[in-house]
Design a protein. Structure first.
Length: 251
């Protein structure tokens, strides 16, 4: 009998890691700036999440925007990978592309090597940079040779539910690599994703926190279009629990 599909929840805080653990997540992906697609969290945040939650996969992404990085950025992310592992991460989530849309094998290999520098088992996930590749299936086919644990993908579509055909093709192209469906995932879509070959699903299960400001509101950056939207995301326990229930049924 095959193992049950895994549930990964993207979180931004120790509280989110606890909520995910308490409502059925197998692991969490920790980041900051979820509204930007996720950025590298601090060492202190990693340590607190490791203490609070299930196994922590740390997103390592030094800036928002595209996934084409120069040598200085790759070196910075390699240092962030080593710091994340030192802080107790069970794994890291990385990715890089070339300017022509291919997988940046050299950068991915350098980040993977940094993850294993501590000499203990560390999982390495290729993140959704793969969905912006010119050919996601060809990119996925390179992963077994690079020693990656899994790939997080929407099948190159806006949402994983829309990318199931390509997700299945990516799974076939990367034997031995866990295929984790993510990108706009709702619990109701989980059976479809598992049927397409996903052996794990990833969702943020996020909801906006109620603003707690006592004074007046003025915009402080691009993230705040209004006082109501200028807040942060928290993990919704009901969504985590529903995803676990549906996933167990689907698996």
């Amino acid at each position: 009998m095959s193992a049950r599909p895994a549930l990964e929840i993207a979180v931004t805080s120790p509280a989110g890691a606890r909520t995910a653990r308490e409502h059925g997540a197998d692991r969490v992906e920790l980041c900051t700036g979820l509204e930007l697609g996720g950025l590298t969290p601090s060492a202190a945040l990693i340590e607190a999440a490791v203490e609070a939650g299930p196994p922590v996969q740390v997103l390592v992404r030094c800036r928002p925007g595209d996934f084409v990085y120069d040598a200085e950025e790759v070196a910075l992310m390699a240092a962030e990978v080593r710091s994340a592992v030192t802080s107790g991460a069970a794994g890291v989530v990385i990715g890089a592309l070339t300017a022509d849309g291919g997988l940046d094998v050299r950068a991915v290999a350098a980040l993977t090597e940094a993850a294993h520098a501590a000499g203990r088992p560390v999982e390495v996930t290729l993140h959704r940079a793969v969905d912006q590749a010119a050919d996601p299936v060809a990119a996925a086919a390179l992963l077994p040779g690079l020693g990656l644990t899994r790939v997080l993908t929407s099948g190159g579509a806006a949402t994983a539910a829309e990318g199931t055909d390509q997700l299945a093709a990516m799974s076939a192209a990367a034997p031995g690599v866990e295929m984790m469906a993510g990108g706009g995932v709702r619990p109701s879509a989980i059976p479809q994703l598992v049927a397409a070959g996903a052996t794990a699903v990833h969702l943020s299960a996020k909801t906006r926190a109620a603003p707690r400001r006592g004074g007046s509101w003025v915009p402080l950056g691009a993230s705040g279009a209004s006082a109501e939207q200028d807040t942060h995301f928290i993990t919704d326990p009901a969504v985590v629990a529903e995803a676990r229930r549906v996933l167990d049924t689907a698996g």
